[in-house]
Design a protein around this ligand. Structure first.
Ligand code: ADQ
Length: 468
């Protein structure tokens, strides 16, 4: 491990380090590795400051150095809200109907990446291993190379990689894909994403792909699938202690013997929330006997609330939840319970465990950790059932879930019914198999596989490469 030198992680949002395990997401995946290797974590501070006054914030926590930069209010608008969330995010999720391209936003994207690279280049040491995360920072390696960074640099894409016809709708997509070739290794969530990248390189860039080596623009890199996972034992532990807690007793109390379906998602159009509400309505329509006996708890913390498209999506979802409730509610029963709040992970684990069915039905998702958390939180003696969209990366691995096409409301409604009715032996059989899959691909394996592949990525090509 020490032969690999220091680990430098770069992501749009940095931290938290303390309590990373309770924050979830990327932090869980990175903090252990950073701690082990006395690492540096670099990215946006989450704050804005006038252009001239943005400074580098540095702090140390648990042996990790955090270094963050502010964004100017203009870059927050154009880089973060604009190019990242209004252009690349919908593009990566195949939603070109929602994609908004503005040249000034692309310029801001390039400017922020260049500024990040300029600062980071000064913090790097020879022998560092640099791991860049997600679509916000695609041009970072190219900018670092321009500043003579010779370290190994890897990139991991947390979202799906879109098909070539979709990617090609992005003006200037060539420069974005070319920028990927400044990395030594790029990682995708699934084999499908990897294959779409290889296909794009062959068809749109005149390049070639052989084995894990991909060549284009006179450069060569390694590309692979590194499916992310969760910390299975930690989540299982949280859920295991939940039944003894007062909070859990309260959850049970609220349910009063009813069966709970649970959805937990950032409030984002990619997560399939509208169609999920509709499918739940169809389920109630088809099964009057379930009235009064089931509820759908949807936990959906507001995300990217600065964007008008997200605000209007929220209103639409409010209406859809109200429509289902208006149609089916009785004075003593409200079928849809809807929370716009982030919850502590222990509470989430308890909620998963108290739920008979986990409903994870994104229209498109890189992986989806909620699906995994739901499974890990179940009581092995009496587990609930996962209903999972085939368009989540997780569906490639969690084969024993009930896999649905979220565009098909009737199929999803039927799966909700089948999940609720499933007998104990089948639930146990499926749950055992799913747990084996989770353990085989947990977050520690994701991290170590990626970093081992990065350490092995050939050095030779860098000496011949000339960054453009
Ligand atoms: P996300 O789109 O954020 O991640 P997901 O993988 O489901 O989607 O991760 C969300 C995380 O946030 C989970 O750990 C979940 O527990 C947590 N969370 C959600 N709602 C919460 C709430 N109300 N309170 C507290 N925590 C909540 C992106 C990609 C995914 C990919 C991940 C990791 O879009 O496809 O799986 O990165 O690579």
């Amino acid at each position: 491990m020490s032969a690999r030198g220091r680990l430098v992680a770069v992501s749009n949002r940095v931290g938290p380090v303390r309590g990373a395990a309770t924050a979830g997401g990327l932090a869980v995946g990175l903090v252990d590795a950073l701690r082990e290797r006395g690492g540096l974590w670099f990215g946006w501070s989450g704050r804005t400051a006038p252009a001239g006054r943005a400074k580098l914030h540095r702090e140390r926590a648990e042996g990790i150095t955090l270094a963050t930069l502010d964004l100017s209010p203009q870059d927050f608008e154009n880089f973060y809200c604009g190019f990242c969330n209004n252009c690349l995010w919908p593009l990566m999720h195949f939603r070109i109907d929602l994609m908004r391209f503005e040249r000034r936003q692309l310029e801001s994207y390039r400017r922020v990446n260049a500024r990040f690279a300029q600062t980071l280049a000064r913090l790097l040491r020879a022998g560092d291993q640099v791991w860049v995360h997600d679509f916000h920072l695609i041009p970072l390696a190219e900018e670092l190379r321009r500043r003579r960074a010779r370290q190994r640099i890897g990139f991991f894409l947390h979202t799906p990689f879109p098909p070539t016809e979709i990617l090609s709708t992005l003006p200037e997509h060539e420069s974005l894909v070319r920028a990927l070739f400044a990395y030594d290794l790029i990682g995708f969530q699934t084999e499908q994403d990897l294959e779409r990248f290889r296909e794009h390189v062959r068809r749109a860039c005149g390049g070639s792909a052989r084995g894990d080596t991909v060549t284009a623009f006179g450069r060569e890199l390694r590309a692979g699938a590194f499916p992310i996972g969760i910390d299975v034992d930690q989540f299982h532990r949280y859920a295991f202690t939940a039944p003894g807690s007062r909070e859990f007793a309260r959850m049970r109390g609220v349910l009063r013997g009813r069966d709970q379906f649970i959805g937990v998602d950032r409030l984002d159009y990619s997560k399939g929330l509208l169609r999920r509400m509709d499918a739940f309505g169809r389920y109630l329509e088809a099964h009057p006997k379930a009235h009064g006996k089931v509820i759908l708890l949807q936990v959906a913390p507001v995300s990217r609330g600065d964007l008008a498209s997200y605000r209007s999506f929220r209103q639409e979802l409010d209406r859809e939840a109200a429509r289902v409730n208006g149609r089916f509610a009785r004075f003593d029963w409200t079928p849809v319970h809807y929370l716009n709040r982030a919850l502590p992970r222990r509470t989430l684990a308890g909620l998963y465990r108290a739920s008979r069915v986990g409903v994870v039905t994104p229209m498109r998702d890189g992986m989806n950790l909620v699906a995994m958390e739901y499974v890990a939180a179940q009581d092995p003696e009496d587990p609930g059932v996962l209903v999972l969209s085939r368009f989540a990366g997780a569906a490639q691995f969690l084969r024993e879930a009930l896999i649905v096409n979220p565009y098909d409301g009737e199929e999803t409604a039927a799966a909700l019914h089948a999940a609720r009715e499933m007998r104990l032996p089948e639930r146990r059989r499926r749950h055992e198999a799913l747990m084996r899959r989770l353990r085989a691909r947990d977050v520690a394996r994701w991290r170590s596989d990626f970093l081992a592949a990065l350490a092995e990525a050939p050095l030779a090509r860098r000496s011949t490469r000339k960054a453009k």
